[in-house]
Ligand binder design. Structure first.
Ligand code: 28F
Length: 646
């Protein structure tokens, strides 16, 4: 006798779509790619089901474990997937199959798509755990409900036997556990990256207040664990992002609006910096390409601040503050959750639902409008700061006009020390930003001048973290980069004018080199952020060691690689040289190890890195000595034994 499961679901709601072969034939269609990014999508898919169970109100904890054997297990304390059976057609015959097996083997099974029921799902927009199952060598699902433990195992999506009861437990226990081993035949790598998982799980915890997320790594030599829970959710997120900055309002502002088919949360706080850090999410997905929720927020903010300034005679009636002015120094998180989200854009990270523009705008207008009325002190301070920003922007525009008139910023007068490449098609070319003239000289000799340009930087560039655009434009090194790139800066930035496809920072592998790299990264992050968002910025990876044994020469790019190369070469008679700087390499060695597209390794700088750099940099160079001391203490081992890297 099959127990009937109570609750708003039963297997009848499941729409069953056949066959998993398409998933294994074209995995990129379902998880984006089969590189490290696609590998981690498997975890996001499973975790999203636990988050959906939490949003439905039945679960408050999710545990993710990277097991010793390299598999990953995700556990929640929700209701447990229903175990009742449903009649389906399998290989032409009518058979009874459990809801668990259907959820695990049929695309778009589960209430997410059957209408009603779950209304919020993330993942690669809800392709579901079936994709994980199809792309896993093996997958175990364990359901605890109604005092029993049910279990079923699959191989590359194929069930090995029916769901079976494997134990009894106390009736108070319930939940779902999915353990899977990614299929090495499908993925370029099956080696999970703890930090990538940690960063995303922390974000999930911030976006779902009160939800506890635990992460542990049980692999040999990599034991680690973290627990995240934020009772104030995105408010804690804003405080975290601002922790290295002086903030303006007495405390961060939190706005929440629940509607029948959607909910909006906004957290915001101004700081004394000049860059805007606004992160928008839809159904826990980072909408890096923005969308209607972000547009609604920005439009409403500009209107609210201008209306308040005019109403309180802080601004002449024919003066208008721009969007950039009102967002200077703003850290904000906008998180919306809605049924049937429409994701658009190149990477499907742009929210298209038009109704969200008005919903978010109204939530902000009610929340911030009320706050300003009730707190005239901070309100006036905010408007005056915005007016100062507007004046500074005008000054910067004049400065830019001035420099433009002098032709300094136009691409027709390239900086003298730029060794340009001959190919004029930006798609084929790259520019190395090299630390120091000597390494710059070596790079000019070692490069392939058809597609590689070299711009040497003399020593440290300006600390831009605390500088407005006008001041930044006075710095020769920075002006040279702006001119060489050709795409303008700040509001004038125009990616279509970029003269190179890749901008590669090449600095020494020591602390100074890392500092220059962080300076460059923070400059790009604050004043040319689309360069990073569009993936144009890279960091070169020069070798740390040269190993010689007789005529044989090998290079090692990390301490781990040095050990394994010494093993391979046999340690007897090996001579190891630790490179202190690029200047120690000949032009041929520099080409061979760091510049040749065949052998080099480039690290593409993504938003997370830049975001981390901005946070690290504002800690190191910000004006909070207490935080700086703590940061250096926390990272001292890094700074001593190996360069502090982003
Ligand atoms: C480790 C990952 O996958 N948790 C899940 C549930 C709970 C229900 C459910 C999931 C109903 C029949 C479509 C239980 N009781 N964690 C998870 N927890 N799926 S996935 O139902 C699925 C739908 O199939 C559930 C009552 N209603 C829903």
């Amino acid at each position: 006798m099959e127990e009937k499961v109570q609750g708003s679901y039963n297997a009848d709601k499941i729409q069953v779509l056949e066959g998993l072969d398409p998933v294994r034939k074209r995995p990129g269609m379902y998880i984006g790619s089969t590189d490290e990014r696609g590998l981690h999508h498997l975890i996001w898919e499973v975790v999203d089901n636990a988050v959906d169970e939490a949003l439905a109100g039945y679960c408050d904890t999710c545990t993710v474990e990277i097991c010793r054997d390299g598999s990953v297990s995700v556990t929640d304390n929700g209701r447990g997937i229903p175990v009742d059976k449903k009649k389906i057609v399998k290989n032409g015959k009518e058979v009874m199959v459990s809801a668990v097996e259907i959820v695990m083997t049929h695309l778009h099974a589960g209430g997410k798509f059957g209408g009603g029921g779950y209304n919020v799902s993330g993942g690669l927009h809800g392709v579901g755990v079936t994709v994980v199952n199809a792309l896993s060598e093996w997958l175990d699902v364990e359901v605890i409900r109604d005092g029993k433990i049910y279990r079923q195992t699959f191989n590359r999506g194929v069930p090995q036997r029916d769901l079976a009861v494997v134990g009894n437990v106390d009736k108070s226990r319930h939940g779902t556990k999915v353990t899977f081993m990614p299929d090495a035949d499908i993925f370029e790598t099956v080696d999970f990256n703890y930090d990538v998982i940690r960063t995303r799980l922390r974000e999930v915890a911030y976006l779902n207040k009160g939800f506890t997320v635990k992460l542990s790594d049980k692999r040999d030599g990599r034991e680690h664990e973290d627990t995240f829970r934020y009772d104030n959710g995105i408010l804690d997120f804003v405080d975290y992002l601002n922790r290295t900055k002086e903030t303006m309002f007495p405390e961060s502002l939190y706005i929440e609006k629940q509607l029948p088919d959607s909910e909006v949360e906004i957290a915001m706080q101004y700081n004394d910096g000049y860059s805007e850090n606004i992160y928008a999410y839809a159904n826990n997905i980072s909408t890096e390409e923005g969308g209607t929720h972000l547009d609604g927020f920005k439009n409403a903010l500009t209107k609210i601040i201008n209306d308040y300034a005019h109403a309180n005679n802080l601004l002449k009636s024919d003066d208008k503050l721009s969007g950039e002015d009102v967002r200077e120094g703003l850290t904000a998180i906008i998180s919306v959750k809605l049924k049937n989200p429409q994701f658009e854009g190149q990477t499907k990270t742009k929210l298209g639902n038009s109704e969200m523009r008005g919903i978010v705008a109204k939530a902000l207008t009610d929340g911030l409008g009320t706050y300003l009325e009730e707190n005239p002190g901070p309100a006036k301070e905010l408007v005056l700061k915005t007016i100062t920003a507007a004046r500074a922007r005008d000054a910067a525009r004049n400065a830019r006009e001035l420099t433009r008139r002098k032709g300094v910023l136009e691409s027709n007068t390239l900086p003298g020390k730029l060794a340009d490449c001959t190919d004029r098609d930006p798609k084929n070319t790259e520019i190395y930003i090299v630390e120091g003239d000597s390494a710059g000289g070596t790079a000019k000799q070692g490069r392939d001048r058809r597609f590689q340009a070299i711009l040497p930087l003399r020593g440290k560039i300006l600390n831009v973290q605390k500088a407005r655009l006008g001041r930044v434009l006075e710095n020769a090194e920075i002006k040279a980069m702006i001119t060489a790139f050709g795409c303008g800066i700040g509001d004038d930035f125009d990616e279509s004018k970029l003269r190179y496809d890749k901008i590669i920072c090449m600095t020494d592998a020591d602390v100074d080199g890392s500092h220059i790299r962080i300076l460059l990264l923070t400059f790009f992050f604050n004043f040319m952020r689309p360069l990073i968002e569009k993936g144009h910025v890279y960091s070169a990876m020069p070798p740390l060691y040269k190993i010689s044994k007789g005529k044989r020469i090998e290079y090692a790019y990390s301490d781990t690689e040095l050990a394994s190369k010494l093993d391979a070469m046999g340690r007897k008679g090996c001579e190891v040289q630790r490179y202190k700087g690029l200047g120690e390499m000949s032009k041929d060695q520099l080409w061979e190890t760091t510049m040749s597209p065949e052998h080099r390794t480039l690290v593409q700088i993504t938003m997370d890195d830049a975001f981390e750099a901005d946070e690290i940099f504002s800690t190191l160079m910000g004006d909070q000595p207490e935080l700086r001391r703590k940061f250096i203490e926390d990272n001292a081992k890094l700074i001593e034994t190996k360069d502090l890297d982003v």
